[in-house]
Design a protein around this ligand. Structure first.
Ligand SMILES: *Cc1c(COP(=O)(O)O)cnc(C)c1O
Length: 383
C-alpha cells in the first residue's frame, strides 16, 4: 500500500540537531568572542578529554587539519614513507603527502576492513616515519599487534579516528593507542558542527608544540596563560582553530552525546537483527565486530555478493526513494595513488570490498517508519 508519506525520499544522511545548538550559537554571537579558544571551545576540550581519557584535546577546523597537525608533530618530511591502509578517505593520505612523504599502501583485513597487521612488518623500510591507522566504522584495528610492531621499529602511530569517537578496544577508548589521533565533526559524522575536528594528544610531550602549530607557529597559548610576557613566532604552524560559533554548536552536540548515541545504536541494531535472515539467504555479509571491540554505530554496511548485485540493489533502493552509498575507491588505484607507485592487484581485499560495500542511511533523525521502509525495500530485493 502506498501513501504520500511513504513516497518521501529518505536521504543517506542528515546532520544531527538535538535542540540546544541554535541557543548556544546565539550565545557565542552575543558574547562578542567569535574567534577560537573561547569558553565554548574550552567546554568542548574538557568533554573530549573526559571521553577519550587523553591529557590534551584541541579542536581543529577539520579532521583533515588534525591529521595535518599530527604529521607536522611527527616531523614527517620529504623522502619519508608513511604506511596507511588502501581502504580509507583521501584526507588520511594528503596529511603526509603535503609534507612530501610517500604513501605505502597496505591491504585491509577482510573482516574488519582495517589495516591488516599481518602485512605491516613487510611494508616497513628504513624510511618509514609513521603508521597511520584507520578504524573503519569505528571498529578498532588490532592495536596490540600494530603498537608492538611500531615500538619494535621506533615508528610513531597516528590513528585516523574520524569514525571511532565513543568506541573502545579491550576496554580502552579507541584513539588512545597512538601518540595522537584525529576526530571529525563533519556533518556526516555522529557528532557535528558542520565542518570541524579535533587532535587528541596522547603523548603529553607533544602538547605544547601542538598548541604552537595550531596557532600559526606562535606561543600565543603560553602568553594567555601568563607563562610568557609577549608572544612571538617560534615554530612552523598554520591556523587550525575553529571559531566559537562552531564550538558552540559542537558543545550542544557533545552535551547531547548520550541521546545521539542511543538513537544511532538502536538504528544500527535494528538493521542488524532485521536483515540477518535476508542477508544470509542472499549472500550479503553484515558488519563483523570482534569480541574485544565496541563500536559507535557510525556506519551500517552490507557487503553484496558482487559489484553487479550492489549496482542493482542501489538502483532498487533509489526506485524506492532510498539513498544508499558505497565507500572508498581504492586509494592506491586513484590518479595520485598510481603516481606514487600503486598498481592493480596490490591490495586485493581493498579492491574487492570497494566494489561490494553498501552503506544504509543511518542518522539521528531517521524515524522508525523510515527504517521499516528501508528494511522492507531490502527484503523485496530479489537480486
Ligand atoms: C570524514 C573522514 C575524514 C575527514 O574528516 P573532515 O573532518 O571532513 O576533514 C578523514 N578520515 C576519515 C576516515 C573520514 O571518514
Amino acid at each position: 500500500m502506498t501513501t504520500m508519506s511513504t513516497t518521501l525520499p529518505i536521504p543517506f544522511n542528515r546532520a544531527a540537531i538535538t535542540g540546544r545548538e541554535p541557543a548556544y550559537v546565539q550565545e557565542a554571537i552575543a558574547s562578542g568572542h567569535l574567534s577560537g579558544d573561547g569558553p565554548f571551545t574550552k567546554r568542548c576540550h574538557g568533554m573530549l578529554e573526559a571521553i577519550t581519557g587523553a591529557p590534551r584535546v584541541l579542536l581543529t577546523t577539520s579532521c583533515t587539519h588534525a591529521l595535518e597537525m599530527s604529521m607536522l608533530l611527527a616531523d614527517v618530511a620529504a623522502g619519508d614513507e608513511v604506511i596507511c591502509p588502501a581502504f580509507t578517505f583521501v584526507s588520511s593520505v594528503n596529511a603526509f603527502v603535503l609534507r612530501g612523504a610517500r604513501p605505502v599502501f597496505v591491504d585491509v583485513r577482510p573482516d574488519t576492513l582495517n589495516l591488516d597487521e599481518r602485512l605491516l612488518e613487510a611494508a616497513i623500510t628504513p624510511r618509514t616515519r609513521a603508521i597511520l591507522v584507520v578504524h573503519y566504522a569505528g571498529v578498532g584495528s588490532d592495536m596490540t599487534a600494530i603498537m608492538a610492531i611500531a615500538q619494535r621499529h621506533g615508528i610513531v602511530v597516528v590513528e585516523d579516528n574520524a569514525h571511532g569517537l565513543f568506541a573502545s578496544l579491550g576496554g580502552r577508548a579507541l584513539g588512545s593507542f597512538g601518540a595522537m589521533s584525529a576526530l571529525s565533526f563533519h556533518e556526516t559524522k555522529n557528532l557535528t558542527c558542520g565542518e570541524g575536528g579535533a587532535l587528541v594528544i596522547n603523548d603529553p610531550a607533544l602538547a605544547e608544540r601542538a598548541e604552537i602549530i595550531r596557532e600559526k607557529g606562535t606561543n600565543r597559548a603560553r602568553f594567555f596563560r601568563g607563562q610568557v610576557d609577549k608572544y612571538t613566532w617560534v615554530d612552523v604552524g598554520s591556523s587550525y582553530l575553529p571559531s566559537e560559533m562552531l564550538a558552540a554548536y559542537l558543545c550542544a552536540q557533545l552535551e547531547a552525546r548520550d541521546t545521539i548515541q542511543a538513537r544511532r545504536q538502536a538504528i544500527w541494531s535494528t538493521y542488524d537483527t532485521a536483515l540477518e535472515p535476508w542477508a544470509e539467504s542472499r549472500g550479503f555479509r553484515r558488519p563483523i565486530v570482534p569480541a574485544s571491540a565496541t563500536h559507535p554505530a557510525h556506519i551500517y554496511y552490507l557487503l553484496a555478493p558482487s559489484l553487479d548485485v550492489r549496482t542493482r540493489l542501489i538502483s532498487h533502493l533509489r526506485a524506492n526513494g532510498i539513498t544508499a552509498a558505497f565507500h572508498y575507491q581504492p586509494l592506491h588505484l586513484s590518479d595520485m595513488g598510481l603516481e606514487s607507485g600503486g598498481r592493480p592487484g596490490q591490495c586485493p581485499v581493498t579492491e574487492d570490498v570497494s566494489d561490494r560495500l553498501l552503506r544504509l542511511p543511518l542518522f539521528f533523525q531517521l524515524g522508525d517508519d523510515d527504517q521499516t521502509r528501508i528494511v522492507d525495500a531490502l527484503h523485496a530485493f530479489t537480486g
